[in-house]
Design a protein around this ligand. Structure first.
Ligand code: ZN
Ligand code: ZN
Length: 424
């Protein structure tokens, strides 16, 4: 890392002035997106607004329809240099908003064949508005910008509808990270767990891998009064569920990383005096290490199968890998920490604990070094410990976080472009 030249520090001042000047506009964008939320792979209106904005700013390239509704924009600076990518997710959730706001969502939409209420309950409206703001700030300063900035507006972070592909993985498959490939990628997430003005970061494994588990125990149906005439999948399932609790507690080295195996749904049987043919269970597996992830998958499978075999039942274990571990590149995190401290104030930048939630930003980080930070949105009047969390119908975003988000991403991008040699 070299010291940023004089021009760079004046660029930093220009970023701050431009971000501040744009604050009202970013708030207006966020309110419009908040009132008009769209579910995963259905972000048609949002994507049109984003693409129109990037084109109006004179972006060198605007690709639409990436992973269904994604938008990839490229802004080439006036000076030669490397490429950095910034990512925002755009999708909302099937949640009925309970926040009392003039722009609260009243939208309903189809989700897997059901009509549901839709709300930006994870704050992706804030992420999209922030990145639109960064696009405008950097486009206004492009003559003095070293290198290029790639803008990734991503659909379906909260998983696509059943039977569809989507999200970061599909964007990558459709070339979002190629031509040009960035040297690094940055993203952020608003969170109720941090107070307004606080930026949270963590080097290394930060958010968990998340995989779906489906176990079907195959028995043989019989009268509830005569279990010996069949094979009881209900009792077998009970043994499987309890057995699975020992994978994390007895078989995994928990000093390495934490992990979770949860069964969240179980379905089997129709009435009290019939032992059914089969029982289906669904669950989730969370880890913070790709090796542990594969190991736990193997242990869950062999244990469930062995327990079922002991009851003379059959067992089918299906594990669908969703999102990998979100790993912040330690060197990149260390290199960007001074930037975060400059943006938020040193005392407002906090090392945060691991999060058992997951993020498909992890797919971008598998290709290039990435840093995913958290921005606090809980106003002073509320305690972060009790504020309605992301995904709650009462999740509230204090809009003063938006300009902090614009500044954070714009400074991260510019500082990286100034620091990386042009050949990188
Ligand atoms: Zn979410
Ligand atoms: Zn989210």
């Amino acid at each position: 890392m070299t010291e940023p030249p004089i021009a760079a520090s004046s660029l930093a001042a220009q970023i701050d002035a431009a971000a501040l000047g744009l604050e009202a506009q970013v708030i207006a964008w966020r309110r419009d997106l908040h009132a008009n939320p769209e579910l995963g792979n259905r972000e048609f209106r949002t994507a049109a607004i984003v693409a129109g904005h990037l084109r109006a700013l004179g972006f060198d390239e605007v690709r639409t329809g990436v992973a269904h509704t994604g938008v990839v924009g490229l802004l080439v600076g006036g000076l030669p240099g490397p490429v950095v990518a910034l990512r925002a997710d755009m999708d909302a959730l099937p949640v009925a908003e309970e926040v009392d706001l003039p722009f609260a969502s009243k939208v309903r939409a189809d989700w897997n064949g059901e009509q549901v209420d839709v709300m930006h309950a994870c704050g992706h409206d804030a992420h999209t508005a922030i990145l639109m703001g960064v696009a405008e700030v950097l486009a206004g300063l492009r003559a003095g910008l070293r290198g290029s900035v790639k803008f990734l507006f991503q659909p379906a972070e909260e998983l696509p509808p059943e039977g569809e592909e989507g999200g970061a993985k599909l964007m990558i498959e459709q070339g979002a990270m190629a031509n040009p490939t960035p040297s690094a990628v940055f993203g952020l997430h608003v969170t109720s767990r941090l107070a307004l003005g606080v930026i949270g970061y963590r080097p290394g494994p930060t958010m968990a891998s998340a995989d779906n588990l489906k176990i079907t125990v195959h028995g043989r149906q019989t009268h509830g009064a005569m279990p010996w005439l069949g094979v009881d999948p209900i009792v077998t399932s009970a043994q499987v569920i309890l057995g699975l609790q020992t994978v994390v507690s007895r078989q995994v080295d928990l000093t390495q990383e934490p992990a979770v195996v949860t069964i969240g749904a179980i379905k089997g049987g129709l009435r009290e005096n019939i032992i059914p043919d089969s029982v289906e269970m669904r669950g989730t597996i969370r880890t913070f290490d790709e090796g542990m992830r594969d190991d736990i998958h193997e242990r869950v499978t062999t244990l469930a199968e062995a327990i079922a075999r002991g009851s003379r039942a059959g067992c089918t274990v299906c594990i669908k890998k969703n999102y990998p571990v979100t790993v912040n590149d330690p060197a990149l995190t260390a290199a960007m920490l001074p930037t975060l401290r400059r943006v938020a104030g040193a005392d407002q930048v906090q090392l945060v604990p691991k999060v058992m939630g997951s993020e498909d930003f992890s797919f971008f980080q598998q290709l290039v070094p990435g840093l995913f930070i958290f921005i606090g949105v809980t106003p002073e009047s509320q305690a972060t410990a009790t504020a309605a969390p992301n995904h709650s119908p009462r999740f509230f975003v204090d809009e003063r976080c938006l300009v902090s988000g614009v500044r954070a991403l714009a400074h991260l991008a510019c500082d990286l472009l100034e620091a990386v040699p042009a050949s990188a």
